[in-house]
Design a protein around this ligand. Structure first.
Ligand SMILES: Nc1ncnc2c1ncn2[C@@H]1O[C@H](COP(=O)(O)OP(=O)(O)OP(=O)(O)O)[C@@H](O)[C@H]1O
Length: 237
């Protein structure tokens, strides 16, 4: 058995046009931030959907904390995929309280967790504002808060820096580094190579549905290394 917190082997799921995920192995260890980068359409979101049981693979396996997906304890997982899921007519605070409940947080602990989470993402001033009246960036902060507030052991975030302002990017960075230091396993996709180099322990490059290589977070020209790997994969295809 693998000791990885998140472990996927041989994952395949393609769409009618042949794109999708075409054979991926990926592992994330406890205490690690594993970043996933790739061009638009590389398959990052599809892979994350497979890891979270939102999409069934044609073949391959996923285990979370050593358990297959049908036996996973989902209260130990936090995720944000595509765009933040929130009830438009509920306030920030109400949405977070609902999210905490759905993640199995004991009722007596919910108010404290929600307030701490709003403080962490600097959402407190919007606590009583309906989601329908939030800016895009603050909706994204809410989605991140909802994914992180119950201190999950496994965290999967698809492009969390999307629509964040520079202050939000810094708050997110600090929140993710804190979670990793506390032992969580994080898989985070991003198009911001400098940001993933800052926080990633490992950076995997995805192209055309496969993981084609990795980048050194401490490398001198990460953008150039990224395009070298992608272009040589495209030339080989
Ligand atoms: N529901 C779907 N039906 C058909 N094709 C899809 C579907 N979802 C994604 N695809 C296709 O699968 C491929 C991978 O898409 P995916 O969204 O996983 O990539 P991505 O790396 O997350 O891209 P981006 O960086 O643009 O978010 C693309 O060619 C996309 O058009």
């Amino acid at each position: 058995m693998s000791d990885a917190a998140l472990d996927a082997r041989g994952l395949v799921r393609t769409y009618d046009d042949g794109t999708g995920v075409r054979g991926v192995d990926i592992r994330v260890a406890a205490g690690e931030i594993h970043a996933l980068v790739g061009l638009n359409g590389a398959g990052k979101t599809t892979l994350m959907r497979l890891l979270l049981d939102m999409l069934k693979p044609t073949s391959g396996t996923v285990t979370i904390a050593g358990r297959s997906l049908d036996r996973t304890d989902w209260s130990a997982v936090g995720h944000l995929i595509d765009y933040p899921l929130a009830y438009r007519e509920l306030t920030c605070r109400q949405n977070l309280a609902l999210g905490a409940r759905l993640h199995g947080v004991p009722p007596a602990m919910i108010p404290g967790i929600v307030e701490a989470s709003m403080t962490e993402l600097q959402l407190t001033q919007y606590a009583d504002r309906r989601v329908s009246k939030l800016s895009l960036g603050n909706k994204q902060r809410l989605g991140i808060a909802s994914a992180l507030q119950h201190h999950p052991r496994i965290i999967v975030l698809d492009e969390p820096t999307n629509t964040l302002d520079p202050a939000g990017v810094i708050l997110l960075r600090e929140a993710l580094l804190r979670r990793a230091a506390a032992g969580a396993a994080l898989l985070v996709s991003s198009h911001h190579l400098d940001e993933v180099a800052r926080i990633g322990d490992r950076i995997s490059v995805m192209n055309a549905g496969r993981i084609i290589g990795s980048l050194d977070p401490h490398g001198v020209d990460i953008e150039r290394s990224f395009f070298d790997i992608v272009h040589s994969d495209q030339d080989a295809a």
